[in-house]
Design a protein around this ligand. Structure first.
Ligand SMILES: [Mg+2]
Length: 388
């Protein structure tokens, strides 16, 4: 059993579902690990991608991480029984020769390949990924379904509030009940208008979160906090720079309602610093670590262990990245819930084409692996990898 080849490519993605709107320069990477394992007459392939928001990782994967895996002795990448690949040993191989620290320089590239590794491992085991994770890390226990909220609410260049309301209505029509929108890229007055316009549709502050994309200084963060406090929002996300734990702690001291952050922590060490020094409160706050951006699921499992050592419930975790991989992790590891990208960051965002949303709850597909086959536009793209 061995890895035969790893393909990768960079793909442009957009924050908007409307193809007419300027998509900007954002990209992500897709990766395919070809193996010599044969299932139903075909070579087994694991697929992954770089989640959203941090650009493609082609250079790092091509120059360092892929060559290391292809040069490794095949048996060094397998589990003790030799009947499947071992994600932890593959992670160790990718990181050979790398110095500690500087996580953001490489953590997304490693996490991208890690997603493809888990798809491959679950396919070899002939299980949907959530089932494999539940059997290994949750005593086989599985929740019936996963709470999911729709993330989006980016600023529209024209008719912003009307288009925002249209976007939210579409999410509610699909069966979702909770949404998240951006703040901080307009005036406070305009942001308040956007919040009020969405509250008209979702009914209660409990159904709306706001995300400042880590751009506020302390003073601005506190000003926004004071303004939104009366709404009783679900959470106030990413107010300040992700690594400025002093400012994060000052915000937590002032804002008594739930905060959420974590997607800018790119390693176990960063996550631990957030828990120790960020002033967050295990009873009310939420942790949004992006598994793919922080070295992948092998690292995420270590982050969960660290959280539990510090008396945080894994139910406080809502992984960043509203895609199939996050959905499997959330169900298989019994996390709190997941975000969902409906129409945004296509073809990677969101879940299977036939996903049924019931009062804001969803389930992953039952196909072996992550189930990219159930999302046709993404499946077409992934299958094209290595064919150019
Ligand atoms: Mg965020």
């Amino acid at each position: 059993m061995r890895i035969v080849h790893i393909h990768e490519c960079t793909v442009p993605i957009s924050r908007y579902s409307d193809k007419e709107l300027d998509r900007g320069t954002l990209t992500t990477s897709a990766a395919a690990i070809r193996t010599d394992v044969v299932r139903e007459g075909r070579r087994l392939v694991g697929y992954g991608f770089s989640s959203f928001g941090r650009y493609g990782q082609s250079g790092l994967m091509r120059e360092r991480f892929i060559p290391r895996l292809l040069k490794a002795r095949p048996e060094d990448l397998l589990n003790d029984e030799g009947d499947n690949f071992d994600p932890s040993r593959i992670r160790t191989c990718m990181m050979s020769g790398e110095k500690p620290g500087g996580h953001g320089e490489r953590s997304v590239a490693v996490g991208t390949i890690d997603m493809a590794v888990w798809d491959m491992v679950a396919k070899v085991a002939e299980k949907p990924l959530y089932r494999l994770l539940a059997d290994k890390y949750s005593d086989g226990k599985i929740d019936e379904h996963v709470p999911a909220y729709v993330a989006g609410g980016y600023y529209y260049p024209d008719n912003d509030v009307a288009q925002l309301q249209h976007e939210i209505r579409r999410a509610l029509d699909l069966g979702y009940t909770q949404v998240k929108i951006k703040i901080g890229s307009a005036t406070l007055k305009q942001d308040m208008r956007r919040i009020e316009a969405v509250l008209e549709l979702v009914g209660s502050g409990e159904n709306l979160s706001v995300d400042a994309n880590n751009q506020f200084d302390l003073q601005t963060a506190l000003r926004y906090g004071a303004a939104i406090k009366p709404f009783g929002l679900r959470w106030y996300e990413d107010a300040c720079d992700p690594l400025d734990y002093t400012v994060q702690a000052a915000i937590a001291k002032s804002y008594e309602k739930p905060l959420a952050t974590g997607e800018g922590q790119f390693s176990l060490q960063d996550a631990r610093n957030l828990i120790l020094y960020g002033g967050l409160r295990p009873e009310i706050d939420y942790l949004l670590f992006d598994c793919v951006h922080s070295y992948g699921l092998v690292e995420y499992l270590r982050i969960i262990s660290m959280l539990e050592e510090h008396r945080w419930s894994r139910r406080r975790c809502y992984p960043h990245g509203g895609h199939l991989f996050s959905l499997h992790m959330t169900l298989g590891l019994r996390l709190g819930g997941t975000e969902s990208h409906v129409g945004t960051f296509q073809p990677f965002g969101g879940f299977a084409d036939d996903t049924v949303v019931e009062h804001g709850y969803v389930k992953p597909p039952e196909t072996p692996g992550i189930g990219f086959e159930t999302k046709q536009a993404l499946w077409d793209l992934l299958q094209s990898l290595g064919k150019d």
